[in-house]
Write a protein that binds this ligand. Structure first.
Ligand SMILES: Cc1ncc(COP(=O)(O)O)c(C=O)c1O
Length: 373
């Protein structure tokens, strides 16, 4: 039985990568912001429509160090319907997450629910472009301006997606991307922060290099988040193929939709007006009452056929044991329901139409409650 993983990393042609790294044997400049790093940073700044950008060793440190570079204190309004990284980056900065519910269609932060949560301690909003669905960037920007709050987008899923023909790096004070091996574009591990303000950029560059201002003076509590030259080289190669990767994923998504669109009890990934999608994930929400089969049962049935699908995001980050019951998941009922219903189906560029047919076949033929298929 052929095993189907939920994702499969894209790779450039082997020879292309070898060619790209060849000169490193001459230069012997392997890390500490070398030529590949600088080239990739320049190309990504343009691709993401960012005013400025810095690239880092992973998406999590992009979030964590960017929050630190914003020099915040107090409460941050954010979503619990996200990957662990978003909430961990907030609490590891000594900030208090204040969880806000999400929009039922896009599953991104619901702007109508943000303002009632603002207090005099609120310093920032940290929304997430979940599954490449764009947050309501206009409404969030307006609230932030009105209350003098910073906006930092977790854009880990938004690489290559565009809203009104602008890349996700154009929005917010800061937008943080992940270039993890499972993403549409990757540097094996990697990440990047797009930002508006040059002074912020200087602070971030210092934080990713041990807080050093010069070789002898640390002026901030920094860490090490430098992207090495081999990974930057992988990024340079992958960037040449990213549009093709997105297009191929788009074909797989279209095939899923042919089978699953309109099936009672299934809600497929949102289609947003004015958004050019990146097809990074294909989430389906299973309403057990209507579909007759629970999300978990569908996941198990796929697993029995060697197909792995992922409960992503489940559970809400607000329920993690490390937060010791500080947060009540009941205050974000839409996010809670989505986390119980969502299943991300396999999605990657090389996913064939026939494999999508096979996956949908398993889903649609899951025995319903009461026995009938
Ligand atoms: C929403 C979100 N934020 C942050 C991250 C962290 O990115 P990385 O794995 O590059 O550290 C991820 C990773 O998948 C993510 O999905």
């Amino acid at each position: 039985m052929e095993t189907i993983n939920v994702t499969r990393s894209s790779m450039p042609p082997f020879e292309e990568y070898c060619e790209e790294i060849k000169e490193l044997w001459d230069s012997r400049w392997l890390t500490n912001v070398g030529a590949k790093h600088r080239q990739l940073q320049e190309k990504l700044t343009e691709y993401l429509d960012a005013p400025h950008m810095d690239i880092l060793t992973n998406g999590h440190l992009s979030l964590e160090l960017s929050l630190q570079a914003l020099e915040l204190e107090g409460e941050v309004i954010t979503t619990p319907f996200t990957f662990a990284s978003t909430t961990q980056a907030i609490v590891r900065n000594g900030l208090t997450p204040v969880f806000c519910d999400v929009d039922p269609i896009t599953l991104t932060l619901d702007p109508a629910k943000i303002e009632p949560l603002i207090t005099e301690r609120t310093c920032a909003i940290v929304p997430v472009h979940v599954y490449g669905n764009f947050c309501d960037v206009e409404a969030i920007g307006e609230i932030a301006r009105k209350h003098s709050l910073k906006v930092l987008y977790d854009a880990a899923h938004a690489f290559g997606a565009r809203y009104r023909d602008r890349g996700a790096g154009a929005y917010g004070d800061v937008s943080c991307f992940s270039f993890h091996a499972t993403k549409v574009f990757h540097t094996l591990e990697g990440g990047g922060s797009c930002f508006q303000d040059g002074a912020f950029g200087k602070r971030l560059a210092r934080l990713k290099n041990f807080g050093l201002n010069d070789p002898e003076t640390a002026t901030a509590w920094g860490g090490n988040a430098k992207l090495d030259e081999f990974r930057a080289a992988m990024g340079l190669c992958n960037l040449r193929h990213v549009e093709e990767e997105i297009e191929k994923r788009g074909r797989a998504e279209a095939r899923y939709r042919e089978h699953l669109e309109g099936v009672p009890g299934l809600r497929l990934k949102a289609v947003q007006p004015e958004v050019q999608p990146n097809h990074i994930y294909f989430p389906v929400l299973f309403d057990e009452e209507v579909f007759g089969v629970s999300r978990d049962r569908v996941r198990d049935a796929l697993g029995e056929q060697g197909i792995s699908a992922r409960k992503y995001f489940y559970p809400l980050t607000s329920t993690f044991p490390c937060y010791q019951g500080r947060f009540d998941p009941g205050i974000t009922p839409i996010a809670l329901e989505a986390s119980r219903q969502v299943l991300c189906l396999p999605m990657y560029g090389e996913l064939s139409g026939e494999t999508v047919d096979r996956i949908c076949d398993v889903i649609l033929n899951c025995p319903k409650r009461g026995g009938a298929p």
